[in-house]
Write a protein that binds this ligand. Structure first.
Ligand code: AMP
Ligand code: FE
Ligand code: FE
Ligand code: ZN
Length: 270
């Protein structure tokens, strides 16, 4: 099954490996006609993506994936956000700075573990917001780990030796900021973290739940689709594409037109 609407993707503006232009061109080649660019804590790639989309018939939905805290690290997707809104701008700036501090702390941990990498070079190499995947690539290049999965499993995932928690922006604050920018807020891949107390987020105005995600097996898709229906939320989905050659590609997950329209209908439009 290939979808024409994919609501989750990353570019070099965060931890994806394709530039916004290359990403959009790949989407077009795969039959995706509406693509949400949802880089981690930044909207910097939207304009380039939109320009590229005009040339190849892909409509870009402005998105962002905000790292937040809800008893644990969670990701909050914002759609149709107006990035020039001062409160969003300020929050994303703070998140970007926090990412630098976090990666430096991870670097210090790695030093202590005898797995040093040049963390300044890692930061320099990131075209946009730096994150753990950039560190993972440097660990592979330095020969400290064999592959990406090992980098996370041994060192970078929650609870591992070089793990440092990210932003302490609360999930409810993230929802508020997304709404202030006229957008709709969707909890990303809740089955990955097994996010607890989703009801509290519903009370704060959560608009949707990302039910269709590559890391969700059919049981989780149905669990979160049912949750969305019960609470009158939109069940969304996307490929969470980061790089060619991985397990999923653009359009492998997505939504029907009605879901996108339901999401748009929930925006404040102000
Ligand atoms: P960060 O933004 O620094 O918190 O890194 C989060 C990103 O790391 C996610 O969006 C994924 O791209 C990647 N990631 C997180 N956990 C894993 C994992 N266990 N294996 C591979 N990649 C992961
Ligand atoms: Fe990512
Ligand atoms: Fe995510
Ligand atoms: Zn993502």
């Amino acid at each position: 099954m290939r979808y024409a609407i994919d609501l989750h993707s990353h570019s070099t503006c965060s931890d994806g490996v394709l530039s916004p232009t290359a990403l959009v061109e790949r989407a077009a080649a795969r039959g995706v006609t509406q693509l949400a660019l949802t880089d981690h804590d930044t909207t910097a790639g939207i304009e380039e993506a939109r320009n590229a989309g005009q040339g190849c018939g892909v409509q870009i939905i402005e998105g962002v994936e905000i790292s937040a805290w809800h008893g644990q690290e969670v990701h909050m997707l914002g759609y149709f956000v107006r990035p020039e809104t001062p409160s969003v701008h300020a929050v994303l700036e703070r998140q970007s700075t926090g990412r630098l501090d976090r990666v430096r702390e991870i670097g210090a941990r790695l030093d202590r573990l005898g797995m040093s990498i040049d963390i300044d070079a890692v930061i320099e190499s990131a075209a946009g917001n730096v994150g753990r995947p950039h560190v993972a690539r440097a660990l592979i290049a330095a020969g400290h780990v064999p592959d990406f999965e090992a980098a996370f499993a041994r060192l970078l995932k929650k609870g591992a030796a070089a793990y440092i928690p990210a932003s302490r922006l609360t999930a409810t604050h993230a929802i508020r900021v997304i709404h202030e920018a006229g957008g709709a807020a969707v909890i990303a891949h809740p089955g990955v973290e097994n996010v607890g107390d989703l009801e509290a987020l519903v009370e704060c105005g959560l608009d949707g739940v990302e039910a269709h995600h590559p890391a969700h097996h059919p049981g989780l898709v149905s669990k979160y689709a049912t949750f969305a229906r019960k609470h009158g939320l939109v069940a969304t989905g996307g490929s969470d594409f980061h790089a060619p050659g991985g397990r999923v590609d653009l359009g492998d997950r997505g939504v029907p037109t009605e879901a996108l329209e339901a999401l748009r209908a929930r925006t404040r439009g102000c």
